[in-house]
Each structure stands twice: as C-alpha cells, then as structure tokens.
Design a protein around this ligand. Structure first.
Ligand SMILES: NC(=O)c1ccc[n+]([C@@H]2O[C@H](COP(=O)([O-])OP(=O)(O)OC[C@H]3O[C@@H](n4cnc5c(N)ncnc54)[C@H](OP(=O)(O)O)[C@@H]3O)[C@@H](O)[C@H]2O)c1
Length: 293
C-alpha cells in the first residue's frame, strides 16, 4: 500500500508544483496537499486533529509567511506560522521523515557561495524566523532542512514567484529597477519539486542547499527572461543596490549545492541553461517534464 506524504502550503508556489509533479516523480507515495482551507496551521488543536485523522508517513512542510515585507510588518504572525507551526509539525512528525523548506535569507549576503556549514546571520524578520525554525527542526536527526533559493514558476494565485512579481509590477506601467550587484541562484519550481521528491526517497536527513547552478544578478535574471517574456524588454532598468533606501537587503545569497547535487539523478541547472533548453511555449516553462535536460 502507498505511504501517505503530506504537503503543507499546497496552494502556494512550491507546494502546488509538488502536487502536480507527484504522479511523475513520486508514484510510490499517496500525496495529500493541505491548504489554509483545510487547516490554519497556527491553530494547534486543529493541527493535532488533522494529524490524528491522517497519520502521514512523511511531511514536506512548505506553508509559511514567505513574503519578507509582510514578515517585517507583522513579526508576531511570522513567528506563529514560520516557527511555532513548524515546531508543532516537527513534534508530531518525530518518528517520520520531515522536510522543512527554509531559505537562503538565513544568510546576510556578505559572502556569497554559501555552504551548509557557514554561520547564519539573517538581516530581516523572515530570515530570523527561518533560522529559528531550522534550529528546532534539526534537533531531530530524522529531519531535514532544505534552504531554497529564488524559485521561478506559476502559482495558483498568480502572485507568488519572482517572475510573477516582476510581470505583475509591470502592469502598473512603471519601469522595473533590477540591481546589477544583488546575486541569487534562481531555479525553476518544477526542479525544486523533483529534487524534494528524490530527497525524500533517499532517506538521507540533514541540512541541504537547493538552488540553480548559476549565480546571477537581478539584472541578469531580468535579461534572461526577456526571450520568454518579451513584455519585459524596455520595461526593466539596471541600478545598484546602493541606491536602495528601504530595509537591509542581503547582496549575495548565492549558495553551493554540491551536497544535495551528489544525491540527485539530474543536474541542478542554472536559470539561463534551463531557459536555453526550453523549446515549447505551450507547456509550463517552469515545470520539469520527463526526459528533459
Ligand atoms: N518561492 C521561493 O522563491 C522561495 C525561496 C526560498 C524559500 N522558500 C520557502 O519555501 C516554502 C514554500 O514557498 P512558496 O513560494 O511555495 O510559498 P507560498 O507560495 O507563499 O506558499 C505558502 C503557502 O502557505 C500557506 N499558509 C501560510 N500561512 C498559513 C497558515 N497559517 N495555515 C495554513 N497555510 C498557511 C499560504 O496560504 P495563503 O496564501 O492563504 O497565505 C500559501 O498557500 C516556504 O517556506 C518559503 O519560505 C520559497
């Protein structure tokens, strides 16, 4: 009988890709997605009831307040969902594999090319909550933390991935400024989903970095997207992050992913290589079809 894998945050970007790719990459699992409509994960009683009803054999915990700005505005809410709800799920999942999705934002971005053993030093509330939850999750040697880089994809709500954010902001008609000196390792959400499904099958718990192989500036990312999203042409402009006056921004959150790459059956390609390998505009550009790359 198939074992039950629970996906929290199933209506979000990565959770959605996990669900839609499960028939392809997770055929030995019965997969159940949990959304806010099923349960508010900050309601401990409801979470315990759900657990008693479902008895999952593994959990991929994607639900979060993932927007840095909203975490900054409401640190208490960010703490409740990103830390407390994670701690409760990790407690309930004490005897089974538990994959917690963290973020490159646990680093301050002063160094770049981060490896798993580098010390964390978050600059914002979102990164602080992720770093705190990581410490709780990693107390259990059966559990895993996956620090995920910037994901490109198409979300059910149309407003979750950085590509959607870029395209939505253009609708206001203003030029979009992209920093030439802020670096990330973006990757397609379909690739993230495939990597998570492979990792959960490996039963190799621990701390992992999951990003694309190319370190790109925000400006380079925008340039790379133009061939698939021509509306970006003429609508994006380069600038230095030095001109930015808002909350602190980690300049270089590039990560090395050798540890995870060593467990995977496919390459964690960079964003430009990924886009160069796409041929059909008909399919989801950010999905990982069988047989590609
Ligand atoms: N996408 C990225 O580029 C990226 C990069 C680094 C790390 N991550 C991490 O990866 C994970 C998945 O990211 P994502 O992009 O898929 O995030 P997302 O699109 O924002 O999805 C998160 C989901 O969690 C749900 N949620 C939030 N609070 C909840 C609550 N109290 N009860 C039940 N559900 C709740 C959200 O529902 P509502 O929409 O109703 O709030 C949303 O559907 C997150 O932990 C995120 O921090 C993502």
């Amino acid at each position: 009988m198939a074992r039950l894998a629970l996906i929290t945050g199933a209506a979000g970007l990565i959770g959605h890709y996990l669900l839609t790719t499960a028939p392809r990459w997770a055929s030995r699992w019965e997969v159940r997605g949990i959304t806010r409509q099923d349960v508010d994960l900050t309601d401990a009683g409801a979470v315990r009831r759900l657990w008693r009803d479902l008895h999952p054999h593994a959990v991929i915990h994607c639900a979060a307040q993932s927007r840095t700005g909203l975490c900054q505005q409401d640190p208490t809410l960010a703490q409740r969902i990103n830390v407390k709800a994670t701690a409760l799920l990790a407690e309930l999942a004490a005897e089974i594999p538990f994959l917690f999705l963290s973020s490159d934002q646990v680093f301050d971005g002063s160094k770049g090319r981060y490896v798993e053993t580098d010390p964390v030093n978050p600059l914002n509330v979102y990164g602080e909550t992720k770093a705190e939850a990581e410490r709780i999750v990693l107390q259990n040697p059966r559990h895993s933390v996956i620090r995920v880089a910037l994901n490109a994809g198409t979300s059910p709500t149309g407003d979750r991935s950085f590509v959607e954010d870029m395209r939505n902001s253009l609708k206001g008609g203003t030029l979009l400024t992209l920093f030439t000196d802020e670096f990330r390792c973006p990757l397609p959400a379909g690739m993230t989903a495939r990597a998570l499904w492979e990792l959960i099958d490996q039963d190799r718990p621990g701390l992992y970095h999951l990003g694309g192989a190319e370190r790109l500036s925000r400006w380079e990312i925008g340039q790379a997207l133009i061939s698939w999203y021509p509306e970006l042409a003429g609508q994006i402009q380069p600038d230095s992050v030095g001109t930015y006056t808002g909350a602190p921004r980690p300049p270089d959150l590039s990560m090395r992913c050798d540890k995870l790459q060593g467990l995977l059956s496919f390459p964690l390609s960079g964003l430009r290589a990924w886009l160069a390998g796409r041929t059909s505009a008909g399919q989801d550009l950010w999905d990982y079809p069988e047989g590609s790359l």
